[in-house]
Design a protein around this ligand. Structure first.
Ligand SMILES: O=C1O[C@H](COP(=O)(O)O)[C@@H](O)[C@H](O)[C@H]1O
Length: 260
């Protein structure tokens, strides 16, 4: 697993634009070398900020949208179309504006979907979908994602892995149902740390003052059960993309100081 690297941008808009530019390059590179790219989206303010910046970037047309697989790191287990669902927000920010192949858009099940209100069954169904997409070259039950993005919550949660809850302790399954989440809605579906760690690159997004404590805790040696963001690592790269406000409580030794 890779050691976290940090990039600190001036403010959250710049952070979102820079992350979007970085994502375009990654997707185009993967499509050029392998024919397709595979990206895991996150919900939350920072994740949706990156998607909105991508929608506004002229270079977005460099992406072959029909050869892009989209997955989700977690979902709020609510009815289809609910405005709080991560996929609904992603559609609004970007997905409805680009020519994706609907078969490659792998939304997590809704609470009125094929598994009804059973979040554990929905999680098992999504795990099967991931396993079906994993080729023999992937050596595991999930495809090797090119980039997996995670918004960092003020309590250090990533995806729907909240401190001390059972989901963050999961070591076998790739997707689990979450019950009693401290942030609404209480019922969710999430990738687990083993699934997250299958990604080539994991990008943690943290912008805003309310993320400063979480970033400092996760990057200062906390355990992943107490601070799930600390356990989110990519195989070849773990990148924290922050703005100055979110980086304000980090020890200066963790990133180079800004130029005068
Ligand atoms: O509920 C969620 O929260 C986190 C972080 O969201 P933010 O608004 O505090 O940035 C998000 O990453 C996750 O996908 C989402 O379900």
């Amino acid at each position: 697993m890779s050691t976290p690297q940090l990039v600190v941008h001036h403010d959250k808009d710049l952070m979102a634009q820079a992350a979007a530019a970085r994502l375009i390059t990654k997707i185009v590179d993967a499509q050029s070398s392998r024919g397709y790219a595979s990206v895991v989206l996150t919900g939350g303010r920072n994740g949706n900020g990156v998607l909105a910046a991508l929608a506004a970037a002229p270079a977005r047309d460099a992406i072959d949208w029909a050869r892009l697989d989209l997955w989700w790191g977690d979902e709020r287990f609510l009815p289809e179309g609910d405005p709080e669902r991560n996929v609904t927000q992603a559609r609004e920010a970007l997905l409805d504006r680009v020519p994706l192949d609907p078969k490659r858009v792998h939304a997590m099940p809704a609470s009125d979907g094929p598994y009804g209100a059973d979040a554990d069954a929905a999680a098992a169904g999504y795990a099967e979908e991931l396993a079906r997409a994993a080729g023999p070259e992937n050596h595991g039950p999930v495809p090797v994602f090119d980039v997996l993005m995670l918004g960092v919550g003020p309590d250090t949660h990533v995806a729907s892995l909240f401190p001390e809850l059972p989901a963050v302790r999961e070591t076998e399954r790739t997707v689990v149902g979450v019950h009693g989440a401290p942030k609404p809605p209480p019922t969710r579906v999430t990738l687990t740390l083993p699934a997250i760690r299958a990604a080539r690159e994991v990008w943690l997004l943290a912008a805003g003052e309310d993320k400063a404590r979480a970033a400092a805790i996760a990057l200062s040696g906390a355990g992943e059960i107490q601070a799930p963001a600390a356990g989110a690592r990519g195989r070849s790269r773990t990148l924290w993309l922050l703005d100055a406000a979110a980086a304000s409580q980090l020890p200066r030794s963790l990133y180079p100081p800004a130029s005068p």
